[in-house]
Design a protein around this ligand. Sequence first.
Ligand SMILES: [Zn+2]
Length: 244
Amino acid sequence: MNRRDLLSGLISGVGVSLLYSELSFGDEQDRKDSEGQNKQKDQTEQKELKTIYLTIDDGPGKHLESILQNLKNGKATFFLVGRAMENLEGYSLVRKALEAGHQLGNHSYSHPFFSRLSLDKAKSEIEKTDLLLEKVYREAGKINPKLFRFPFGDNGCMGCKRKNEHKREINSLLENLGYSAYSWNLDGEDWKYGRGKTVESILGKLMMIKSGDIILTHENVITARYIVPYLVSSGKYDLKVLEK
Ligand SMILES: [Zn+2]
């Protein structure tokens, strides 16, 4: 049971005991007032939840199954690498994620730096994964929203401050293929584990989450064992999928 369930359980428990004591005095109006207050209290609890968008990149891999098990009370968007979806196990896990209400996005076919790719290669990276995603969405009877995330956040010219022709061409290619690029505004830093970050410091950073944040994580042991369980059980967040 998470904190939210516990709280709503406590609130409805209070409701039941108040109802019992007030009925014994036969005061119907007081009972209604009390129920109204409890309803308001319940709504306040709901309102306090921050809507956040958890994104999990680089799958499907060996941690997807446990991530899905831990995501029963929340939804995530998985930005997937096409070549990892080609085997039966990867594909069926992705299908399972989609059927559980999560969103799937395109994270290229082989996870390259797009600033180093010709336009033809970039097109093929997007299209090969698109074919796989179209198949899985079609089989599940859903529509692929065509969400894209650039590997390494490299949208054609990393760190470019001025206008750059390659970046412009890559972005119009993406648009022509029907895709929209999604970045993030909070780096979960799961990928820094073992590179100077501890589990405590990674979870500590998550305390800074604001409503509306798009959180970057990756399919790895830190996300599976710590980040996802924290986000779904803290009782602070409403985890939703990215939509176009
Ligand atoms: Zn990636």
